[in-house]
Design a binder for this molecule. Structure first.
Ligand SMILES: *Cc1c(COP(=O)(O)O)cnc(C)c1O
Length: 394
């Protein structure tokens, strides 16, 4: 059966949601190998190799642990390994994913001070700095920020968050979700002084869903020794002990590790800076098309524009979900829906992971034809503007 389309269209389905993203054929082929004995003599070589390569993607010399779980699991791992019941944290409401992480923290018995935004920009660095300066007794144990807020297309400036924490002279841990940013936008675990970085496989890393990650600083490992939240499956300690020889405390997602090994090779062969520049170009071309159509980009602050996805607002009285349904029906393309308070207000164009200018032009063509078919007022020619930019004639 065709798992990827509801009706028998010819050609490939256009998957332009902001994750899961398209999986390159080279990665699919890497997965298509016999599953190996995860306790056998050869496995440790694969484990050690892939754990090492992952460090280069996170830009860390410290530890990266890999869970057979979606990103949500790695969120939980970051919290339960570093915090104790009743601990205070500062979280930043950049959008729906920040909201979900906040809900999880509250359910785990963490007391979160949730810094609001209007869902049209990244984290409010000044507000974080102020909270920390006001906390003379150092009751706040962690600051939690979503690097790339996938519900709004706004990126938070993690280096500035770090600088605000340092300026306040505050010892809180810095926990960052870059589930959708890693592998498509610049990210520097060590240089930015992040204590736990949370990521997942199915977005910028171009893998199917199923793996998630914690990159862990020495300070976070130290904190885990006294953290009292209940943990078992997520516990770093047995994971790090087994990882020292390339093995895992329970069955790893073996074939996904073949895929991860190949994904790291692909990113490092292209060069991370080239990968990021490619995504910056895709995002700029997309925004130019959106502006030409006369529609609004959800992110209002150009310093926070995401290169992973663009969320596009529809004019009052028009349904983003109806537009997406039209585009799926007529052109066999999936776009991201609006989440939480943005449901039906925005649609999201994913331009992350394995993407080329021609794919993007196709995707934008699908959007422009969809706008017309769904009767959404717009100025035709956005695709031309994107082509002019991508072709170097802008
Ligand atoms: C996708 C995503 C998540 C959730 O990850 P799952 O793999 O769906 O559990 C969390 N945060 C951000 C920023 C995401 O993009």
């Amino acid at each position: 059966m065709a798992y990827f389309q509801s009706k028998p269209n010819s050609g490939r389905h256009f998957l332009h949601i902001p994750g899961p993203s398209n999986v390159p054929d080279r990665i699919l082929r890497a997965m298509d190998h016999p599953t190996m004995d995860h306790r056998g003599p050869d496995f440790g070589k694969l484990g050690a190799q892939v754990l090492e390569k992952a460090k280069a993607i996170f830009k860390t010399q410290s530890h990266v642990v890999i869970y057979p779980a979606s990103g949500t699991g790695a969120w939980e791992a970051a919290l339960v390994n570093t915090l104790s019941p009743g601990d205070r944290v500062v979280m930043c409401e950049t959008g729906w994913f920040a909201h979900l992480w906040n809900e999880m923290a509250e359910r785990l018995g963490i007391v979160a001070d949730f810094v609001k935004t209007d869902w049209r920009r990244g984290a409010d660095v000044d507000a974080i700095g102020q909270k920390l300066r006001d906390d003379k007794s150092h009751a706040i144990k962690a600051v939690c920020v979503v690097h790339n807020e996938t519900s709004t297309g706004a990126t938070s400036r993690i280096a500035e968050v770090r600088a605000a924490m340092d300026a306040a002279g505050h010892p809180a841990l810095l926990l960052v979700d870059t589930i959708s940013g890693l592998g498509s936008m610049d990210y520097r675990h060590d240089e930015w002084g992040v204590d736990v970085t949370v990521s997942g496989s199915q977005k910028g890393l171009m893998l199917p869903p199923g793996l998630s990650f914690n990159a862990i600083s020495a300070k976070a490992i130290e904190a885990s020794k006294s953290a009292k939240l209940t943990r078992s499956f997520w516990d770093w300690k047995p994971m790090l002990a087994a990882n020292a020889t390339g093995y895992f405390p329970y069955t790893p997602a073996t074939n996904m590790l073949y895929a991860l090994d190949t994904a790291c090779d692909m990113l490092l062969e292209e060069g991370l800076d080239n990968v990021f520049a490619r995504h910056d170009r895709m995002a700029e071309a997309t925004r130019r098309a959106v502006r030409h159509w006369g529609l609004e980009v959800q992110c209002e602050d150009p310093r926070h524009f995401s290169s992973v996805l663009t969320a596009v607002r529809l004019p009052e009285g028009h349904s983003a979900n109806a537009l997406r349904a039209t585009i799926l029906e007529k052109f066999n393309m999936s776009l991201g829906n609006g989440l939480g308070q943005l449901n039906d207000r925005v649609f999201r164009i994913g331009h992350l992971g394995d993407i080329t200018p021609l794919q993007l032009v196709g995707a934008l063509g699908g959007v422009e034809m969809g706008l017309r078919a769904a009767g959404i007022p717009h100025q035709a020619g956005g695709v031309q503007v994107a082509m002019d930019y991508l072709g170097g004639n802008a």
